[in-house]
Design a protein around this ligand. Structure first.
Ligand code: ADP
Length: 684
């Protein structure tokens, strides 16, 4: 049996399916697909017409076409470029975060300035009627339009002006449109070209595009198409200009408003908002889709989310990009590089769609808890905007002005039904949440609102009008946060330090012990390499300057030293615990305990000097939350400390220190101190 015979035996596509294919064919025109997409879609429809509808392949093909046609090839939401309004919205939806808001508004201002400037367009055509027509149309669109009757005249105009866009005829004497483009682009890399011609063939179009034209239009020109194309090409140029190297990356601990500021930006500029979490993404295909040759192939998340948004210019938030995995199934981070690169993202290729899609008008914003974890090329693409922890005061103000009204509304309550006293709020913030952000605080408020709902509905209990600290205790149970500091007491060999983690500042306790052994240094407590090295440096420093602290220089002989940093599931690393380890060891070896209301942070050198540390605000706030009264920080951090908000500076006494000696003198509780204390107790 011949192959031809077999083909003829394919059952005829039933009428209903034919009309479905016709519908798709009609949709191709309505959706105003770009030419390259249009060709692929028509080819697929032609193929389906010859395919047996009972085959799985047929429905796979239909799904594919539905997906492609539903992509927002041309839909954009109208952008609002009123900076004053944007500022009001950002201010109205978030308390504080001034530097963040300022950076966002500056970022947008640069783009708005660029878009408000009339574009300089040069029209080149040897037919004067065409020249005048195009000039008329584009001038009406508020562009600054010049004209030239041939290529040479056009080049002369370029001697004085760099045009944003050239609309040129292809066939002209002496120098054709493509030759003109090549000459201009040797010198002016950012000038775009639209080539027009009455001799349109697929080959000339492909040739023009290959050589760098942004678009190709057949003559006679349809004025609407011309207008639309010019707008698109200029828009893309503007977006590339705006986006070059400046994808914003909101960095900071969880719950401090990164996502909600992203939403506000979308609101402020009237764009749609799309969020996509990158946490735990392991497979490249999740972002880029599977090739359709795979059974059950699906498009990637980027295009799926854009399709759901229905516009090609949303604010697209890629959340937690520092949590992307990397393994044998490809490298999702490298796709991010492609997606965020304005030079490449106008041709983003999803394997399922298999047709390049233009992402250049999307405003990408990324978020990360720890930017240090990002690969350098990715980091290089973005402008980091740091978000930092809130003070207790800020948390209470945000709770009162934003979180409580929102939760009351979400639970069917009214602000007049229920108010929170200042001490109740204080109790919630300090007794039930220890976090840089506001997640647990919002959860605790929601929990109280739920309990109130029950009380109101049960009708047999008196409904409180005001939540005070007693109600908080009744609704939320005993406080979850205990002050380990006070409970720990003061023992020689234990010191409190401050470190920075991706969840914000944290206090750590360094415990040390000396025992018979063979001069081994044992370190435990999920410590990273840097912290182990800090321990080694601290020990060597103390061995080399033991006498200065009144320690027997042979203390290590015949002994082992164990350093342990308990508590907290977060792996700890970084050099800033160096001084804490040294302090704990000196305390152990001198027998004097460290004051338990003091915490230290600083990198230690082998000669006992203190090097500056980062995350000052986070560390001081963590100390405040833990009930620490005094924080000792490297003297070389003084400028950074000076620059902190007053509220942060006032949350603990800050003591600058430049050497271990200063730290020891301040933090160790010596005999005289104990005597003083004893006499105080005696007096009492
Ligand atoms: P992140 O994305 O940083 O993890 P979210 O954006 O989810 O944090 O913020 C957690 C909650 O706190 C949200 O309900 C958010 O609206 C609220 N929030 C955070 N910062 C502020 C602020 N400065 N003003 C008002 N509400 C805030």
């Amino acid at each position: 049996m011949s192959i031809f015979k077999k083909t003829e035996e394919v059952p005829k596509v039933p009428d209903s399916d034919l009309s479905r294919l016709d519908e798709l064919r009609r949709a191709v025109n309505e959706v105003f697909l770009p030419e390259h997409a249009c060709k692929s879609v028509i080819k697929e429809i032609d193929r389906l017409e010859k395919t047996d509808p009972s085959l799985a392949e047929y429905s796979i093909g239909l799904n594919y076409l539905d997906f492609i046609l539903a992509l927002p090839w041309n839909n954009t939401s109208g952008e609002n470029l009123d900076l004053g309004r944007a500022e009001r919205i950002l201010d109205g939806e978030h308390l504080g975060l001034d530097h963040v808001k300022e950076r966002i508004l500056e970022h947008m201002a640069a783009g708005i300035m660029f878009s408000k400037k009339p574009s300089k367009i040069l029209v080149v055509d040897d037919e004067s009627i065409a020249l005048e027509n195009i000039r008329h149309v584009l001038t009406k669109e508020n562009h600054d339009v010049s004209i030239a009757g041939n290529g040479q005249a056009a080049l002369e105009l370029f001697e004085h002006t760099e045009f944003d866009l050239v609309v040129t005829d292809l066939k002209m004497e002496k120098m054709n449109g493509i030759q003109l483009m090549e000459r201009v682009q040797q010198k002016f890399h950012h000038t775009r070209f639209i080539i027009t011609t009455g001799y349109a063939t697929v080959e000339t179009a492909v040739d023009a595009l290959k050589k760098g034209a942004a678009h190709y239009l057949p003559k006679p020109l349809k004025l609407d198409t011309l207008r639309q194309t010019v707008k698109e090409v200029l828009n893309r140029k503007r977006t590339i200009h705006m986006a070059r190297g400046t994808v914003l990356c909101f960095a900071g601990p969880p719950g401090i408003g990164k996502t909600s500021v992203g939403r506000s930006i979308a609101h402020a500029f009237d764009r749609k908002f799309v969020g996509l979490s990158m946490a735990g993404l392991r497979d490249e295909a999740e972002l880029r889709g599977h090739r359709r040759t795979y059974v059950g192939a699906l498009p990637g998340r980027i295009l799926t989310e854009l399709q759901r948004a229905g516009v090609k210019n949303p604010v697209f938030m890629l959340d937690e990009i520092d949590k992307i995995g990397q393994d044998f199934r490809g490298d999702p981070a490298s796709i991010l590089l492609e997606v965020l690169d304005p030079q490449q993202n106008d041709r983003f290729l999803d394997y399922y769609a298999d047709i390049p899609f233009d992402l250049s008008q999307v405003m990408f914003i990324t978020t990360a808890n720890a930017v240090e974890k990002l690969p350098p090329p990715l980091l290089d693409r973005m402008e980091i905007i740091p978000f930092s922890s809130y003070t207790i005061g800020e948390k209470k103000r945000i709770a009162r002005d934003y979180l409580i009204p929102r939760q009351l509304k979400a639970h069917g309550l009214d602000e007049t039904d229920l108010t929170f006293t200042e001490t109740a709020l204080d109790g919630i913030v300090q007794g039930y949440t220890r976090e840089a952000g506001l997640r647990n605080l919002e959860r605790a408020i929601a929990s109280i609102c739920r309990k109130m709902d029950r009380i109101i509905l049960s009708q047999d209990v008196e409904v409180p009008q005001e939540i005070d600290e007693g109600d908080v205790l009744r609704f939320l149970g005993p406080p979850k946060i205990v002050h380990e500091i006070r409970e720990n007491g003061e023992r020689p060999g234990v010191a409190t330090g401050l470190v920075w983690t991706e969840f914000g500042g944290q206090i750590i306790f360094v415990e040390t012990a000396l025992m018979k052994g063979n001069q081994n240094l044992i370190t435990t407590g999920s410590l990273g390499e840097v912290l182990k090295e800090s321990a080694q440096t601290a020990l060597s420093f103390i061995r080399s300057s033991a006498e200065q602290f009144g320690i027997d220089p042979n203390f290590f002989k015949g002994n082992d030293i164990h350093i342990h940093i308990p508590a907290g599931s977060v792996p700890k690393d970084g050099p800033s615990a160096g001084i804490t380890i040294a302090l704990a060891l000196i305390s152990l070896l001198t027998g004097h305990p460290v004051r338990n209301d003091v915490a230290v942070s600083g990198e230690l050198t082998l000669s006992g000097r203190l090097l500056p540390v980062s995350g000052l605000r986070e560390k001081i706030l963590a100390a405040q939350q833990a009930g620490i009264k005094t924080v000792i920080l490297p003297a070389r951090n003084e400028v950074g400390i000076e620059a902190l908000d007053r509220e942060v500076k006032e949350s603990a006494a800050i003591v600058p220190a430049d050497s271990v000696e200063t730290v020891v003198n301040f933090a160790l509780r010596r005999q005289e101190d104990s005597d003083d204390r004893r006499s105080e107790v005696m007096k009492a």
